[in-house]
Write a protein that binds this ligand. Structure first.
Ligand code: EZ4
Ligand code: CO
Length: 402
């Protein structure tokens, strides 16, 4: 079998998605997600201008060699644009391999280690009471693990909360909007939020919280310590991670489990975090960390250090990535949890898929390959729309991490 053609599809059924389709001379096609929120067109160009010409004529079964060719062979390594493009090729090839062998992708990654994968959803509210209502609503839907975020008294905008009410979506059409940030009101508010959640919903529910890289290590240590009585499943992205050693300080002060990695692109972003056991969950996703080929190696390395997975699964990760993540989560031994932020109806229609939500968990389906399609005619009705993530400023105007 040979790769005979490949094309990049850009569609915006409510938000932008970039999808690579690889075709073969035997009529089997595969899909890979190449979406990089707010930088979509760069990955499309990287694929069209530099990657697709290099893969035509290759054997699609050679996932390892093609990965090395695109990663090592480019000389210029890593970075989100490169790694999303490499991931798109890699995932499309695993999809082809599964279809050619008439087996689901999880069977190629080790087979089923479990019957379904635990997912967590997002509960949000403009204040604590509204957040509690949203927790109750999600519990009714069957979720056993819930991330809780709420508006912060004194701050006009907060990560994870829709500005105009309604559903939160981590990108807005047009140029970046501006959020305001101050650590102190946030640090004062969050422990009380989780005290109320535990009071209302008891000990059994798995609770998560995302700091979204906003704290210094010592402030994150304080928050982790104050959240200890509420037994979080994890505290996510407590601080930025370019300085991996920053997590050592957090670790020295708190037993609250720590998760990080949604913006990481390769094992080298997490090497020190994992081998020093400074984290408990690695959040790298199939699409932003070089595909199944690279993520499988990262998970196996992490397993040696008692680190489990918790793949990023916000709406900017397309249904193709969700499917790949579910096959991955079924197969690997050190699976932890999978984020699930449901896509809107338009997106679900553009990407018909076999995965489903069952009683707080998800299953990828048992058909061949990934079990996701792209309805190209429908996708064409939703042209690309410029959209960005917000930027964030401290109250004195200084730009800070969003
Ligand atoms: O801000 O996916 O845990 N989930 C997150 C997301 C990210 C967006 C960035 O594109 O932090 O909401
Ligand atoms: Co996050």
């Amino acid at each position: 079998m040979k790769i005979s053609a490949a094309s990049v599809n850009i569609t915006s059924p409510g938000r932008n998605f970039v999808t690579l389709k690889i075709q073969t001379d035997e009529g089997i096609d595969g899909l890979g997600d190449a979406t990089l929120n707010g930088r979509e067109l760069s990955v499309a160009s990287y694929l069209n201008d530099h990657v697709i010409p290099c893969i035509i004529g290759r054997d699609p079964f050679q996932t390892e060699d093609i990965w090395q060719y695109l990663y090592r062979g480019a000389y210029w390594r890593r970075g989100p644009v490169t790694m999303a493009a490499v991931a798109a090729v890699d995932v499309a090839l695993w999809d082809i391999k599964g279809k050619a062998l008439n087996t689901p992708v999880y069977n190629l990654l080790g087979g089923k280690s479990r019957e379904s994968v635990l997912v967590y959803c997002h509960a949000t509210g403009s204040d604590t009471d509204h957040a509690l209502e949203d927790v109750a609503r999600h519990r009714e839907l069957g979720y056993k693990a819930i991330r809780v975020q709420s508006g912060i008294p004194g701050l006009s905008s907060t990560y994870g909360i829709a500005k105009s009410g309604g559903k939160y979506e981590p990108a807005e059409r047009g140029l970046p909007s501006e959020f305001a940030w101050a650590a102190e009101p946030y640090l004062r508010h969050v422990p009380g939020l989780f005290a109320r959640v535990r009071e209302n919903f008891g000990e059994e529910l798995c609770l998560l919280h995302d700091c979204h890289h906003r704290l210094t290590p010592i402030d994150a240590a304080r928050l982790g310590k104050e959240l200890e009585p509420f037994h979080l499943f994890w505290l996510e992205d407590p601080t930025t991670a370019e300085l991996q050693e920053g997590f050592k300080l957090i670790r020295q002060h708190t037993t609250t489990p720590i998760a990080v990695g949604e913006v990481f692109n390769s094992i080298w972003d997490a090497h020190d975090l994992i081998r020093n056991q400074w984290i408990d969950f690695i959040r790298m996703s199939v699409v932003h960390a070089g595909g199944l080929t690279h993520l499988k190696k990262i998970a196996d390395f992490a397993a040696l250090y008692h680190v489990r997975t918790g793949c990023h699964g916000a709406t900017d990760l397309s249904p193709v990535t969700m499917a790949a993540a579910l096959h991955f989560g079924m197969a690997i031994h050190n699976f932890g949890i999978q984020e699930h932020m449901p896509h809107n109806g338009e997106t679900e229609a553009v990407f018909p898929h076999s995965y489903e939500f069952v009683d707080g968990n998800m299953v990828p389906g048992d058909g061949p390959g990934l079990g996701v399609d792209l309805d190209e005619a429908l996708a064409a009705k939703y042209p690309y729309q410029r959209a960005y993530l917000p930027v964030n400023r401290r109250l004195d105007g200084t730009l800070t991490d969003w």
